[in-house]
Design a protein around this ligand. Structure first.
Ligand code: ATP
Ligand code: MG
Length: 421
């Protein structure tokens, strides 16, 4: 996919509004893009809200330049020039009652003011007219942007209980924007936190990914705890005492952390709380993490001690950890742990020196393979693994200069009775 040019994306989003206006409809930028722009950051993408119905939107832009995947909810995607991306154009709407705690039972087309008031937070309920450069604010969003507050639109109690995902979104926006959650909104989250259960795991995990990847993740986790949501997402966790304080400290050692590393730092406390490695694996599955994410989390938790003890452990053992494709994640995880718990990153430096050396120096091609063992007449079986491991260990220790010495080494081991059973 071609990368998006922010200037072109903005121009195109303005053109979409202009075109709808020319056709006699109301049209405004809406939601996140207005918020981000007022905060002085580049919007990730642009959403347009309009009085045109989905059918009318498609008439204005033509079927070929639109996608109707979201048409049932009143959303049409308008496709722009390659570097400008797409703009989601949604008909002004009002949501009817919510009976499942997550989705409105029906939607009805409506006007701008009602469309603002069905949105979640005041800072997300703003409109902007890109032709006159005016903000249209039905919900007091500009005020809350100035006060740096995440506040539910309307009655917090009602708005958070009709769609329970909003509880987690409140904490996530407060984290990523560096805002506070308005006290009334926070109190409503606290009262309803245990209802987060009705939200699908995928949606919950999507929010946690964004929260934990953000440099403000420590504050995010503290807000999760204060809101009562942490208990819902990490029930087994011990949320008090020294280990917990250390966990919080490790979360802020580094700005940039991948999601698996941040999750591993969080799960790390579990191993002390319940003394169980299995607990983390179970949480990964409960959060429905991808296989790659699970691999990253478990690598960190399982190999932490290898890195922290790097200067003291056997080189072949350490070498096998350092060649792992995700070793950089393990390193950043251990950097946080070492700094907070060991008070030194000497072990990290030790590994870094090795990783910085030319790779073939510390990860040379193996001297022999299973084929060589077969040629020597050794019957296939578990002995292969043991022999190859022994040869590799000796090679890494510098005891075997070449293939001939490796073959001789095998002869002696095999004759010596290794695994002849
Ligand atoms: P970002 O994309 O940076 O997370 P955003 O504000 O664009 O922020 P989206 O999830 O893309 O957030 O949603 C777009 C807009 O739709 C929001 O700004 C908000 O007005 C509205 N919205 C999204 N989810 C909800 C919800 N669960 N309840 C009410 N309104 C919502
Ligand atoms: Mg968005």
């Amino acid at each position: 996919m071609a990368s998006i040019d922010p200037t072109k994306a903005r121009e195109f989003a303005k053109e979409v509004v202009a075109k709808l206006r020319e056709s006699g409809f109301q049209a405004l930028w809406a939601g996140g893009c207005v918020r981000d722009q007022l905060l002085g950051c580049e919007p990730k993408d642009y959403d347009v809200a309009t009085s045109a119905t989905p059918t009318q939107i498609r008439e204005v832009f033509g079927k070929r330049r639109t996608l109707a995947i979201g048409a049932a909810f009143g959303v049409i995607t308008v496709i722009g020039p390659r570097v400008a991306g797409q703009v989601e154009v949604a008909t002004f709407r009002r949501d009817a009652t919510y009976s499942d705690g997550r989705h409105p039972d029906s939607v009805a087309f409506s006007n701008a003011a009602e469309d603002a008031s069905r949105r979640d937070f005041t800072i997300n309920g703003l409109f902007y007219d890109p032709l006159s450069n005016e903000v249209i604010d039905y919900v007091g969003g500009q005020d809350d942007l100035k006060k740096r507050l995440v506040r539910a639109i309307g009655d917090a109690e009602e708005r958070l209980s009709e769609d329970k995902l909003r509880m987690l979104r409140a904490v996530r926006f407060a984290t990523t924007l560096g805002f506070d959650v308005d006290p009334e909104t926070m109190a409503a989250v606290q009262r309803h936190a245990d209802e987060l259960k009705v939200v699908s795991v995928e949606r919950i995990t999507a929010e946690l990914r964004r929260l934990l990847q953000h440099p403000n993740r420590r504050r995010g986790v503290e807000l999760l705890r204060r809101s009562g949501l942490l208990e819902q997402v990490l029930p087994a966790l011990d949320r008090e005492g020294e280990a917990w304080e250390q966990t919080l400290d490790t979360l802020e050692v580094q700005q940039e952390l991948s999601f698996p590393v941040a999750a591993a730092l969080l799960f790390r406390t579990l191993q002390f709380a319940s003394a169980s490695q299995a607990a983390a694996g179970e949480l990964c599955r409960r959060w429905k993490l991808s296989n790659e994410e699970i691999e990253g989390v478990l690598l960190c938790l399982n190999q932490e001690m290898a890195i922290r003890n790097a200067p003291a452990i056997d080189w072949p053992q350490l070498q096998r950890v350092l060649i792992h494709p995700r070793v950089e994640e393990l390193m950043s995880y251990c950097k946080a742990v070492c700094q907070v718990i060991d008070g030194s990153d000497a072990a990290i430096q030790f590994c870094r020196v090795i990783l910085n050396r030319p790779r073939l120096e510390w990860n040379p091609a193996p001297l022999i393979t299973g084929n060589d063992l077969a040629r020597m007449g050794i019957p296939a079986g578990p002995a292969y693994r043991e022999l190859l491991t022994a040869v590799r260990d000796a090679q890494l220790k510098g005891e075997l200069p070449d293939q001939a010495s490796a073959l001789a080494f095998v002869q002696s081991q095999w004759k010596g009775g290794l695994s002849k059973s």
